[in-house]
Design a protein around this ligand. Structure first.
Ligand code: SAH
Length: 387
């Protein structure tokens, strides 16, 4: 087995609970290296820190899989995946559709597994995980003997890590339930692995505010927020998206739930459509803004902040007195503190008071580890315009 020796001092963050090692923190790699075999990671004095997959190509070259002196073999993956399942089962999170494995947060950095009915969608994000895929699939086969698994690797990660992304043909379209709502999903196709599972509990919370209100779902994708709100008694909903495919899916979803007659769908850029709604003096009792990440890079956070501020300013102005805005950012580099700052400026410029009803985050099947801040990416606020 090869050994990755860290420079003096580089062990501090690892000891404080973070699994990442950058190339600049490495003193030397001893012994022959293979992608499949986890390396032993030691500090400058030779003390064991753990084991992890190594890849010389990306600057983030190693992520610890274990802090123990244990084999990273098929049994290891079986134990980790079963633990992730047990944690969710005990917490009541095993649903029709849920995230089973959330990378670093489940001690499996570089692996995401989402469940849709009987189908597991496996996404490998590192070279090491891609080489371990047969072990992962076999662990899933043991845990879910009647199900099937398909691979939907992330293309960007594959390029960065230098492996060939494995993407199985998507599965058949399924219907999964979330609360009283039915969603159409083609596992392994479309956005994410099929659905935005990270918003499931926020959609439920949103729906509980919906009775009798007119709803605006900007950036709607499959229309999950609007659909759940309509089922909960919203008076009507307007859904906006840039993508005609997304709107077609949203329409089918609304029809499946027999609420399409109270919904209107509009294709276009939400930045323009929100401005037009404001100009037309439209008002809504409940608004959700769930845009795609406006930046994936740290150095573009300022530009992203301008985008978030703009849409939040518009949305706050569109609220009727007593109306509520659920607003989100899923940009990794926009922290909850920064997002709150952006929304504060938006409210200030909009001249609208905003009571913070709640701070929002990703669903609990996407756990956040305190010592690994990168496990948190979705942040949000529930804001009420005073009457
Ligand atoms: N709220 C959804 C997920 C939204 S994903 C859910 O709960 O399932 C973000 C969506 O924003 C995508 O469907 C994408 O097509 C859309 N989008 C991206 N840029 C946009 C823009 N400028 N205007 C409107 N929609 C946009």
């Amino acid at each position: 087995m090869s050994r990755l020796v860290l420079k003096r001092g580089a062990e501090a963050r690892v000891r404080a609970g973070h699994p990442w090692i950058y190339r600049t923190q490495v003193a030397e790699l001893k012994g022959a290296w293979t992608a499949r075999e986890a390396v032993e990671v030691v500090d400058w004095a030779g003390r064991l820190l753990g084991r992890g997959f190594y890849n010389p190509r990306p600057s983030l070259c190693c992520r610890l899989l274990t802090r123990r002196d244990e084999q990273v073999d098929p049994g290891f993956f079986r134990r980790r995946i079963e633990a992730a399942w047990e944690q969710r089962r005990a917490a009541g999170l095993v649903a029709d559709a849920y995230r089973l494995v959330w990378s670093e947060a489940d001690g499996l950095p570089g692996l995401v597994v989402d469940r849709y009915g009987p189908v597991s969608v496996v996404q490998c994000l590192t070279l090491g995980m891609a080489t371990a895929a047969p072990w992962i699939l076999s662990a899933l086969g043991r845990l879910f003997p009647d199900g099937r698994a398909l691979r939907a690797d992330d293309l960007t990660a594959a390029r960065l890590e230098g492996f060939e992304a494995h993407q199985d043909p998507p599965g058949d379209e399924l219907v999964v339930t979330e609360g009283d709502c039915r969603f159409l999903v083609t596992p392994g196709a479309g956005h994410k692995t099929g659905l935005y599972l990270d918003q499931a509990h926020n959609r439920g919370r949103f729906a509980r505010l919906a009775r009798g209100r007119r709803v605006l779902d900007a950036f709607c994708f499959a229309g999950g927020f609007a659909c759940r709100a309509l089922l909960a008694g919203a008076a009507g909903a307007l859904l906006l998206d840039l993508s005609s495919d997304a709107l077609a899916l949203a329409r089918r979803t609304l029809e499946l739930n027999a609420v399409a007659d109270r919904a209107e769908l509009r294709e276009g850029n939400a930045f323009d459509l929100l401005r037009a709604l404001e100009a037309a003096d439209e008002r809504f009792g409940l608004v959700v803004l769930d845009p795609p990440p406006f930046t994936r890079r740290k150095d573009a956070v300022l530009a992203a902040a301008r985008g978030y501020k703009e849409i939040n300013l518009r949305a706050l102005r569109l609220l009727e007195p007593g109306g509520v805005l659920a607003t989100f950012s899923c940009s990794h580099h926009v922290t909850p503190g920064l997002f709150e700052e952006i929304c504060r400026e938006a409210a200030g410029d909009a001249g609208v008071g905003a009571r913070v009803l709640a701070t929002l985050g990703q669903a609990p099947d996407h756990p956040v580890i305190l010592t690994i801040p990168e496990t948190r990416y979705l942040t949000g606020l529930l804001l009420e315009r005073p009457s």
